[in-house]
Design a protein. Sequence first.
Length: 250
Amino acid sequence: MKFFLIVNGKSLKNIVLILIAAFFTAGFLYMENHAQIPVFSTKDGPKAVYRGEKDLALTFNIGWGDEKAEPILDILKKENVKSATFFLAGSWAEQHPDIVTRIVKDGFEIGILGYEYVDYMDVVDVKIGQDISKAQEVFKKLNVKDIKLLRAPTGHFDKRTLNIAKRYGYTVAHWRIDSKDWQNPGVAKIVENVKKADKGDIILLHASDSAKQTAKALPLILEDIRQKGLKLVSVSEMIANGEIHSKAIN
């Protein structure tokens, strides 16, 4: 016995459109969920920092959005936090010069998060250099001086990135503790993820609009840090204050 599926032209067109939409949605979700897979530094040559010897470093990535950065800054001020490092995409920074100025005025360190949301593992050396250079020019125009750190926009990097970053005068800064706030798993889960942090750790948080629960989780995170008696420092202060840890990329 044979079975035949009869589909008219309009139905077939709708099915194709649904399949295409599903494909792009799946691809977007894949990138979102794999953007923060840890990849560490080199065996020889330039190294990417992912933890230090003592203290604790809060870091915030900002790549896009208008709403979440200032509430984060408000909480840090209210909680009397003096040290943190903000990794800013150049494309975001040039659209939000007032917030960049506030970050500097509040005494926080700024690092570069590239210019665009580019996976440095997927592009040629010239493209990496162009992305870094374009971001560098933005911060020069904004009069942000003495930037020492760079973080790969998606968190992915290899030896090429480390060598190119070094040529531009930057150290690549990764992290050891991923809060996973970018997944919006709930305030309690974000706090639980960060509770794993101990002395020397660099913590990844976000102040982009996609991280909708970070502001609510932040006071609880800071309370836990205080209870542990850990001192908050910038990533550059952590580098200056002791031995830095890295892992090899073959």
